[in-house]
Structure formats: C-alpha cells, structure tokens
Design a protein around this ligand. Structure first.
Ligand code: GLA
Length: 389
C-alpha cells in the first residue's frame, strides 16, 4: 500500500492526519542458525517487506492501535501495562512501551495504524519488525535519545520478558541495522557488526514458505537453549574458562567430544562448526565466491537436520529438490526451524523452473501449497514520513 493510501486510512480511523510513518523490515538469515543465543555469529539480510506504523501523538496517555490486516483495534494505558491474558497481538506494543518506561524514557500517548507486509509465522521475523517499528515510533514522537544498539537490546527484552519468547538478538538487530544490497555480519557477543556487499549478479535469494507451522516450535526452541546451557556446564569440567559455546574451538571440540553425552555432543558440534561456517561465508562473500557460499548453505542445513535436529521432513524435501535443480547453488532452512521457510541461492534464469518443480513435487508429496517470496536485500528500519506533512 502506498503512503497516500496509508495516510487516507489513518484519517478515516482517527479523524486527523498522522505526523510520522515508520517502516521496519522482516529478515531472512543467510547462515548462522541458533548461534545468536550462544554468543556466536550470524549473517542475516533485511527483506523488502515491512511493518508500517502510521502514528501521531495524543495527550491522554493512551496507546490506541488499529491493525489493518486483522481489522481490529486495541487500547491500553501507559499507567497500567500488562500482557493480555489471551496473548493478543498488542502484547508487542505493550511490551515495547513497558521496557521504555522501565528504562526511564519519557513517552506519552500515541494513535497508531499498523499495516504489516511481513508474512506471519513463516520465520521472517514479523514480530521483530513490529517491535522495532513501535520503538522507533515512540522515539520519533517523543524525541528519545537512544542509540541503535540500545534499541535492539530493548526490543529483544520486550520479546523475552514481556511476550515470553526467549529469542536471541539477531532479528531485532537485522530489522534495524541492515543495509541495502548488503548482508549483515553480527558478532552477537560484543554486538559489533560489519556489512558485506552482496555481489550476486545474475543470482537471487528465493524464499519458499513450507506452510508448516509447528505448535511445538517455541518449547523446542527453549529446549535447545537449555541444552546449550547444559553443554557449557558439562564442558567447563575440561575447559573451565568458557562461558558460552562461542568459546569452544573446533580443536577443543574434537579433543573432548568422546567424553560428551550423545545429544550434547551433537548440539555442540552444530554450534562450533556453524560459527566457523559464518566466518567462512563472510570471507567467501567478500570475494564473490558465491558457489562456495552455496556449499556452506547446504552444509548448514545438513547440520541443522542431523545435529541440532530442528528441521522437518518438509524442509528437508524442499532442500533436496533444490539440490537436483540446475542453477541452484545452495539451500537451507532459515530461522528457528521446525517449519517456516527455506532459502535458495539460485540463478535468475532458473527461478521459474525451480518454482514449478517445487509446486509439483512438494505439493504432491505433502498436500501443502508453498508460497514464494523473491526478496531483495534491503535497508533497516527508517522514517518514511517525518513531521507534519
Ligand atoms: C529465531 C530467533 C533468533 C534466532 C533464530 C535461530 O528466529 O528469534 O534469535 O535464534 O531463531 O537462528
């Protein structure tokens, strides 16, 4: 929807003009899965699908929300912020307001229209894009002095402590700090980042939504986090100085692996080698070695499937289809796993054939109709309309 249209819709609902429009994108991770909460490395890009927040101040200390997709409104008072019992969509905005107030920022009321283009439940970080858009809306309306890294940390805190999902920092970071045409290399321990210009001329990233939504995904995600904590504790017997799996080198792992219980061994092996693959991907992409990078994508998927055990038959099938198709350099599940999306690196001239093949084989075998998103590596969140029109 274009800007004028959004403003028109806003006017129809709130009987006044908005002063600001903020856009925050979803993300897709190129490589480095489940490494963020182990203090490791990740390599996401923002995608050209945004949560749009059309906003203006009000002076009664209330947050009024209208979501164009759900055609639903919600309201809460800044003086009394609690999560909704039914876990409604407005918990994200409530959570952001709460963490800002708790951190001592002075914010006031806001009338908000939300229009999100980021597919939900697909693993493309629609939640992080809502959190970042909400936080930036408060920042713009109330002139908050708040640094980018602090914004990502507060947005993650809202999701961890208020919404109750124990995610890492990657999604919020990517939604805020990505740069057009670049991948974002993040060191999740020290929160430093570098951009990698993506020279993939003639190739594109194609994202395919398996349409598998796993109810279990949240509890399995938290279970993996717990296993990683257990793994650190176990390894500290041999390596007392480590505080996270990030500190375990490949040499350490190979030296002590025979002492490790089977499940922990597999989890550690994934994290240790996945971190290495992110660093290697960084180097390969800087030198435009996209074939080698594609190979690392396949390796990452294999490891997520066999060692970290977060894949699903449907995701494996999508990756296998890619392996047999000409022009596909790499494919892997992206995001938390258990369902959601697969990302392909594919020659532009082969995209249509790949889609046809997937629609044919995947649909026949699973009975599901997958969705495709051809995505462009995009910039992070920005102010689309600033001040009084
Ligand atoms: C989800 C989380 C991220 C990250 C990925 C797995 O997307 O929100 O923080 O842990 O899973 O890489």
């Amino acid at each position: 929807m274009n800007k004028e249209n959004l403003i028109k819709q806003y006017k129809a609902i709130y009987k006044k003009f908005p002063t600001h429009i903020i856009r925050a994108p979803g993300r897709v991770n190129l490589i480095g899965e489940h490494t963020d909460y182990n203090d490791g490395f990740v390599l996401p890009i923002a995608i050209d699908r945004y949560t749009n927040m059309i906003v203006s101040q009000n002076d009664d200390g209330k947050i009024r929300l209208y979501d164009l997709k759900y055609k639903e409104s919600e309201e809460f008072d800044l003086k009394n912020i609690k999560p909704t019992q039914q876990k409604k969509w407005s918990d994200y905005q409530r959570g952001i307001a709460k963490v800002l107030l708790d951190a001592g920022y002075e914010i006031g009321g806001m009338d908000v229209l939300i229009f999100s283009e980021v597919p939900e439940g697909a693993g493309l970080s629609s939640s992080a894009s809502i959190e970042i858009a909400t936080l930036l809306s408060f920042k713009e309306l109330y002139d908050l002095e708040i640094k980018p890294i602090e914004i990502t940390k507060l947005a993650r805190k809202a999701e961890n402590d208020f919404v109750g999902v124990e995610c890492g920092i990657m999604d919020q970071f990517a939604s805020l700090l990505s740069k057009e045409g670049n991948a974002l290399f993040i060191d999740c321990r020290i929160l430093e980042y570098k951009y990698i210009p993506l020279s993939i001329q003639g190739y594109s990233f194609l994202v395919c939504n398996s349409m598998v939504k796993r109810k279990l995904s949240e509890s399995s995600y938290n279970q993996r986090k717990q296993e990683c904590r257990d793994a650190v504790k176990f390894l500290q017997k041999y390596l007392p100085e480590i505080t996270s799996l990030r500190d375990v080198s490949i040499n350490d792992f190979e030296k002590y692996k025979s002492f490790l219980p089977d499940t922990l061994k597999k989890r550690i092996e994934h994290i240790v080698y996945e971190n290495e693959r992110v660093i290697q991907s960084y180097r390969e992409l800087l030198q435009d070695n996209i074939e080698r990078f594609g190979g690392l994508m396949y390796q990452s998927h294999q490891s997520l499937k066999e060692l970290y055990e977060v894949s699903a038959e449907e995701l494996d099938l999508l990756v296998e289809i890619g392996k047999d198709e000409p022009g596909v350099l790499g494919a892997r599940l992206t995001g938390a796993g258990f369902g959601g999306c697969v990302i392909y690196l594919v020659k532009n001239s082969c995209i249509e054939k790949l889609k046809e093949k997937i629609l044919d084989v995947y649909s026949k075998k699973t009975g599901l109709i997958p969705q495709f998103y051809e995505i462009v590596p995009s910039g992070g969140a920005y102010v689309w309309l600033n001040g009084n029109r």
